[in-house]
Write a protein that binds this ligand. Structure first.
Ligand SMILES: C[S@@+](CC[C@H](N)C(=O)[O-])C[C@H]1O[C@@H](n2cnc3c(N)ncnc32)[C@H](O)[C@@H]1O
Length: 412
């Protein structure tokens, strides 16, 4: 007979990795609507299982937040789907795929769409490795012939040698025929830009790190591709590759018509937090090297980023436009959802000059006005550590009773 400890171990090993770190949910007695706290006492490393580590996306939510929502609100049929209307790096799409749930995302940034689609869908990793070997030979042949682009932006952020190598590698990827393997390699390429630059790796908005040691571009790229392949293989063993997932390029204040089919059961929505940051400047280094790919991935649409929800700085004008954007985008989701569907908004309060802006309260007011009915409020405590890059100074999840980080759930 097995000992209790051994039985426990066996049981533990059977829990799928994506269900291992779900939030610890504790009800708040006597609250109306039903209210809970969600505790996520895990590190970023623990929550970056499978393909979640493909791309360092500043400002993503813990993978287990959409995971918990999808477990709590599973769609009633295979045709019903979840929509993430601020898709970012596709965390929701990945968690939905792991559960066999059809999903759509919408994001204003072509880079977000690329990353989301690569992460959530299958790829032939053997073919990726074959390409990598071919690229290696070509790179070592041609890199020497390239020169670094001469412009002050690139000179500020990259050593000459690094720019030269990045230019050569980019050219090789640009010349590959369009395929899911090329998309995969492009995500790896974009994924190493910050690492090979002179900027701090972990900081949200790039700043020069004078002490940073330079890394060879190809060495960083091939390691990244190999790590991604190994994580992707593990992911593909867990998913049904026929479960559809797709991130669409566009703005959430005018949802693509394909979504207007009455089958959207759950909307998961994670807008940039007010007064935190805007996305375009955060990715300036990646966008710089991505320029030649942009037209291909945007279908030639220009200036899409002008429709980005502006979240920083929280001046009065920007605060007003922030809330009016939220109103417009939840009017859109209300239009495409049928009665009985759910909307889950992951959002945080903030302070302006030390004064609280009650973002959660205001969001509830807006969403109720549209016609959604409050269903359940959850308040998150997330322990990301208290290091230099912790989220402590943004939505404060520790001890500050007034400032809340919420997952607000409404019924259509
Ligand atoms: C907080 S992030 C979402 C992160 C995501 N939950 C994840 O885990 O990766 C917000 C995203 O909203 C996108 N965004 C901003 N304005 C938008 C708009 N008008 N329409 C669609 N997406 C928008 C940004 O490009 C950014 O990727």
């Amino acid at each position: 007979m097995s000992s209790p400890a051994l039985t426990n171990d066996l049981f533990e090993s059977e829990i799928e990795i994506y269900r291992k770190f779900l939030p610890i949910v504790s009800p708040v007695e006597g609250a109306n609507p039903k209210t809970n706290t969600w505790d996520v006492p895990y590190t970023i490393g623990e929550l970056s299982y499978l393909v979640h580590s493909h791309y360092r996306y500043y400002g993503k939510f813990p993978s287990v937040v959409p995971g918990q929502l999808l477990d709590q609100f599973p769609p009633p049929s295979k045709e019903h789907y979840v929509l993430d209307n601020f898709c970012g790096s596709g965390t929701t799409l990945v968690e939905a795929k792991l559960r066999g749930i059809k999903s759509f995302g919408v994001d204003i940034s072509w880079l977000s769409c690329l990353v989301s689609n690569v992460k959530s869908n299958a790829v032939d990793t053997k073919q990726v490795n074959t390409e990598l070997n071919r690229i290696s030979k070509e790179f070592h042949k041609i890199a020497i012939k390239y020169s670094a682009p001469e412009d002050s932006f690139v000179e500020k952020w990259f050593e000459k040698e690094t720019s030269r190598e990045l230019a050569a590698l980019r050219e090789i990827i640009l010349n590959l025929p369009q395929s899911s393997e090329r998309d995969f390699l492009l995500v790896a390429f974009i994924g190493i830009i910050r690492r090979v630059s002179k900027a701090f790796d972990g900081e949200v908005r790039p700043h020069i790190n004078k002490a940073k040691k330079q890394r060879g571009v190809f060495e960083a790229f091939s390691k990244k591709v190999r790590d991604m392949c190994s994580d992707h293989d593990h992911y593909m063993r867990l998913i049904n590759t026929r479960t559809p997932s797709k991130c669409l390029l566009g703005s959430n204040v005018e949802l693509p018509s394909i979504l207007n089919d009455g089958k959207c059961h759950l909307v998961i929505s994670h807008p940039p937090y007010l007064n935190s940051f805007n996305y375009t400047p955060v990715y300036s280094l990646e966008f710089y090297w991505g320029v030649p790919f942009e037209a291909e991935y945007t279908g030639g649409q220009k200036n899409l980023h002008k429709q980005e929800l502006t979240a920083h700085p929280a001046s009065e004008k920007i605060t007003d436009s922030y809330f009016s954007h939220l109103e417009q985008c939840y009017r859109e989701t209300y239009k495409i959802q049928s009665p009985g569907g759910y909307l889950a908004i992951v959002i945080g309060d903030c302070t302006r000059n030390g004064e609280l802006i009650p973002v959660l309260e205001k969001t509830i007011e807006i969403v109720k006005k549209i016609g959604y009915v409050p269903h359940e409020y959850n308040y998150r405590t997330t322990h990301y550590g208290l290091g230099k890059y912790a989220y402590r100074h943004r939505a404060d999840y520790h001890g500050d009773a007034d400032k809340k980080d919420g997952i607000l759930i409404f019924k259509r």
